[in-house]
Write a protein that binds this ligand. Structure first.
Ligand code: ZN
Length: 326
């Protein structure tokens, strides 16, 4: 009988050091952007039930939290605000004394080298919970753009290092770029939520940020999860309008989209590992059904392997700690 020919792939897996030498993807604390929720008041730390380990902080305790973040080697945070009051036009978003503006100033004063990303949207500040101004039963695209531009300029004035518009209005990057430039913030980059799907994975975030829409849904502005080509159109238009980074959101069910975007663009790609993805891992880990550390590090590695250069993740602190141990 003739010998059967086959390849011995296991040769490269025999020794742990050789495995490390041929490892194609790695993650590090500096890859992460850590999302933080800021609320009014003092000495407040409200746990978010659906996101164990994630809390809303008043500014004084937020500063202590950023000390820990910096010590862990995480170089960037993204801030989400829970204002004391809301109205139809989300005026808290572009108030120079708003919660995000005050939090940004305080964080930058304490940690000048910690990169603060400002989420630029209206949904946390509108009483109807939508990401723009309402006309009839839908969000008015062009009327919302003007308010977004005001929000971005106000955040940059407060010291935000990166503006991250997330409301999925057409033209938001162009309008914000122009407004930032006119206000003297030509040097501030835009990290666009270019490819953002109308996803069920955002559920826990809406508890955390208290931003659930009071009627309808966001399907007239966020993308249909079934669409792939459309992601390329969204990415292309944001590049033409002046985006400096492109975000794909969510991440785990959209690894194919992350790879598509990575293959098509010459900008850094950011994956947003969203609240529902976090909550599922936490729930399974609390039940002892999965090994949390291994699952989290594998998940984050898969996002980088798919093409993400940067990952926004609620696991950032734990992952940074585990990477340090390893
Ligand atoms: Zn929004």
């Amino acid at each position: 009988m003739n010998p059967i020919e086959f390849k011995r792939h296991r040769r490269l897996r025999t020794h742990p050091t050789v495995r490390a030498m041929v490892r194609e993807t790695s993650i590090k604390a500096a890859d992460f952007i850590y999302p933080l929720f800021v609320t009014e008041g003092e000495n407040i730390r409200n746990p978010i039930a659906s996101m164990p380990g994630v809390d809303q902080f008043s500014i004084d305790l937020l500063l202590k939290e950023t000390d820990e973040v910096v010590d862990l080697g995480i170089s960037s945070i993204i801030l989400f605000g829970i204002p004391s009051g809301k109205d139809a036009v989300g005026s808290g978003a572009y108030d120079d004394e708003g919660i995000i503006q005050r939090a940004t100033r305080a964080v930058k004063e304490r940690h000048p080298n910690l990169v603060v990303v400002a989420d630029t949207c209206l949904c946390e500040y509108t009483d109807h919970g939508h990401c723009g101004v309402i006309h009839g039963m839908d969000v008015d695209n062009d009327a919302s753009l003007e308010l977004l531009a005001k929000t971005a300029v106000s955040q940059a004035k407060a010291g935000a290092d990166i503006i991250a518009p997330s409301n999925m209005m057409d033209g938001f990057v162009a309008v914000i770029r122009q407004a930032l430039d006119e206000a003297g913030f030509q040097h501030i980059p835009i990290m666009s939520y270019a490819v953002k799907y109308a996803s069920a994975y955002y559920g826990p975030f809406r508890d955390a940020a208290q931003s659930t829409p009071q009627f309808g849904d966001r399907k007239t502005y966020q993308m249909d999860p079934a669409n792939r080509m459309e992601a390329m159109r969204e990415a292309e238009s944001d590049i033409l309008e002046g985006a400096d980074f492109l975000i794909v959101k969510p991440a785990l069910s959209y690894l194919d989209i992350i790879r598509d975007v990575k293959n098509h663009v010459l900008l850094p790609v950011v994956a947003y590992n969203v609240s529902g993805e976090y909550a599922m891992v936490k729930a399974a880990a609390q039940n002892g059904w999965v090994d949390e550390k291994k699952i989290v590090l594998e998940t984050l590695t898969s996002m980088k392997r798919a093409g993400a250069d940067i990952i926004m993740t609620y696991h950032a602190k734990d992952a940074a700690r585990w990477l340090e141990e390893n």
